[in-house]
Design a protein around this ligand. Structure first.
Ligand code: SF4
Ligand code: SF4
Length: 55
């Protein structure tokens, strides 16, 4: 997962991940990519379009 500079670390993406794979720190997000099922709910809920999938 790629996080751009618009991220404000609000934690919304972490709150919706069905597998709780996102950890929000003060100025970074940590993704447990290995467990990610690519549902992209986190991308959809981000209010500032800060997330994208690394292809
Ligand atoms: S929902 Fe968007 S702005 Fe909020 S922490 Fe996640 S990536 Fe950052
Ligand atoms: S794509 Fe789905 S499973 Fe992967 S981190 Fe985002 S919400 Fe979680």
């Amino acid at each position: 997962m790629k996080v751009n500079e618009w991220c404000m670390y609000c934690g919304e993406c972490a709150g919706v991940c069905p597998r709780s794979l996102i950890e929000v720190r003060e100025s970074c997000l940590i993704f447990n990519e290995n467990e990610c099922k690519d549902c992209r709910i986190c991308i959809q809920v981000c209010p500032v379009q800060a997330l994208s999938k690394e292809e």
